[in-house]
Every structure is written in C-alpha cells, then in structure tokens.
Design a protein around this ligand. Sequence first.
Ligand code: ZN
Length: 179
Amino acid sequence: MVKVAKDTVARVHYTGTFPDNGQEFDTSRNGEPLTFLVGHKGMIPGFERELMGASTGDSRSFTLEPEDAYGHPSDALIQEVPRQMFPEDMPIDLGMMLMSDAGPLRIVAITDETVRCDFNNPMAGKTLHFEVEVVEVRAATANELAHGHVHGPGGVEHETQKSSDDNTDCLPDKSCCGG
Ligand code: ZN
C-alpha cells in the first residue's frame, strides 16, 4: 500500500481549528477532498510532515506552531501606500481585504494621505490544529512531477492532457506550471 511520502499524490479531508478557542477556520468536509502533490511546497510544511507515512484510511490529529504553518507576521510586509493610488470612487474601510498585483492585502490604517496595507497572510502568527483523514494516496505520474502539480480530479485539468503524455502540452495560457 502506498504511504504518504515525497512524490506521492495525497487526497485528504481535513478540518482546521484554532486551538485556543476551538473555532473552525476551514474544512474540506462540505466538498471535495484536498488533493496535493507531496514534497513540492504546495502545502504548509508542518501539514505534510505530520502526514508522512500515513496510508489510505488513516487519520491524523496535530497542532502546528506558526513556524510550521504560515510563519510569523513581518513588519516589512506592512506598507504605507499613497491615498491617490486607490481610485477615488473606491470605498476603503479599516479591516477590508483587497486583491493587488502584490497579492492579497488588509487595510489596517487610513489617513488623508496614506493607506496602511498589511500584506501578511491573515493566518501568519497563528497556531493551528488539524484533524485529517487520508482518503487516497497514490504515486505521482512522471508528468505530474515534471509539472509540479496534480493532474485530474482535484488538480489541474489540461485540455490536451488526455491526448498525449508529452510535457509540452502545457501551454502558457493554461494557467499551469506556476504560470
Ligand atoms: Zn500540468
């Protein structure tokens, strides 16, 4: 039986909670299992480490410190942006999440001249508890390893995937290969 290891594809159901108050922040239980290529930095480090060696049907329960999850918040990721960088008719509120070229940000302060934007991951600095059930483990295909992501259900569906095993199927406009 295949066990979770580098270069396997794992499908898991998980529920994540904050250990200090028991509040659930995410779960796959109301949808499809989470599918990922193990050992290719697609997941937070502690999540993969705790699942290593698990087989289909196994359950794992673990708590991750921030350094094994989303890291610690960094002051370098909080930036003052001139107010005029935002469109005049755009509503701006404290705590608002926005998408930018530099990734998602949260507005943490507003003055007449500047808007302070926090680019830290909202989960940075948090300790996270996970209950995980392994739904399936299989070896990754050579093609998946070359692309660095899972193909098929739960992964990337390339339109030309079925016709060939050739890696060059992967067109730049198909949002694959990190593009
Ligand atoms: Zn691909």
